[in-house]
Design a binder for this molecule. Sequence first.
Ligand SMILES: Cc1cc2nc3c(=O)[nH]c(=O)nc-3n(C[C@H](O)[C@H](O)[C@H](O)COP(=O)(O)OP(=O)(O)OC[C@H]3O[C@@H](n4cnc5c(N)ncnc54)[C@H](O)[C@@H]3O)c2cc1C
Length: 405
Amino acid sequence: MGELVVDVAIVGGGLVGTSLAVALAKTQLKLALVDSAKPPASTPSWDERCIALNDGSRRIFQNLGVWDALSAEAQPILSTHISERSRFGAARFTAAEAGLAALGHNTPLRAVGGVLLAQAQARLQAHLQWLCPARVTALALDTHSAKLTLDDGRIVAAKLVVAADGASSALRSLLGFTAEVRDYRQSAIVTAVRVQRDPAGVAYERFTPDGPFAVLPKPRLAGDGEAGHPCSLIWTLPTARAEDLHALPEAEFIAAAQAAFGERLGRFLDIGRRIVYPLQRTVSESLSAPRVVFCGNAAQSLHPVAAQGFNLGLRDVAMLAVRLAEAAARDADLGASTLLADYAASRADDRRRTADFTDQLVRLFSNRLPVLSQLRHLGLLAMDLLPPAKDAVLRQNLGHSGLSA
Ligand SMILES: Cc1cc2nc3c(=O)[nH]c(=O)nc-3n(C[C@H](O)[C@H](O)[C@H](O)COP(=O)(O)OP(=O)(O)OC[C@H]3O[C@@H](n4cnc5c(N)ncnc54)[C@H](O)[C@@H]3O)c2cc1C
């Protein structure tokens, strides 16, 4: 079998790998995209979840020319309401105070994946080779390229390999890199729920003694029916408790969820399929190796409490695409160690800040110690009453600080 020679080989066709392909469409570079799933649209990571895209991601998608196609399926979040069960007081963030039309958009993962895939196919055509399903089994370097061996025997030679192969990155293992892994011993139950009262664009996050419980409005899709208001539900719990709840009959699960969330949106009318995600944080020790860079979950995968994971990964993509487009315009080596080191350095602050912000939130809100309960309460009040505290959190949530890095 012959060797396929490309400029950039992207390993992983999840949201991050596909976003990078779209972001590189204008460069005329020759790309290969390797994914173990077939076809890429059925990649297991594009499940029935919705993800909250923050304003920074909207801007990036707008610059990539994909936002118009996506916005029809994106539910604007006009404000967020963060509270703690059994305590008075809540922190509220509104789009109006941020001077925006929306703080973010809750969007079905499949819609994001579908739009990216269609755009990559339409814009890249012969510039992009899809190598799916295929797994990378070996990585070797020569003077001018990195060579990937796939499990079907094909060899791909690329000036640069981008590892976008998710939290358990095979490329990270092949390189012998370690990652700092923190098992939160928590899992998230994710499902769709129809609620009695219109959330009117408000995303609710309620901290309970077991963990955070979020209900976000989602777009009404074909087949959703007319009754009630469709929302996404994400309930984080200690893993054993999540498994017990997952196994309950629907009516009992709804009763337990209703008790944890309260009646703010009226009754939960019905729910969709429940999926349980074990939660851990994985941060790769390094963002680059000779002719290899890491992006998205392969670089860092975070707890979903602050809805930062893909938003951060998309900022990796935007930064890498700019660096590669500049290098391509100068006809420079795309795998040059200076370029890769520059990319890694440019992402360091944002990665650290976002990972720490998320981690602190998990620790603060997953602890039953009375002193932390008091701190949480003060934290929520401070966010509501003190503009500097609120601004810092708002900036992080909007994803604007990462864009200016
Ligand atoms: C419950 C939950 C809720 C979330 N909510 C949000 C949110 O609201 N907002 C947000 O920004 N983020 C959210 N996230 C995070 C977000 O889902 C991820 O950050 C994002 O999907 C990661 O995309 P990725 O492309 O980097 O990785 P993945 O989606 O994991 O894609 C990796 C791809 O690589 C392929 N692959 C793996 N190994 C190989 C191999 N050896 N060879 C070839 N291909 C391979 C896989 O098939 C897959 O297609 C949430 C996560 C969870 C679990």
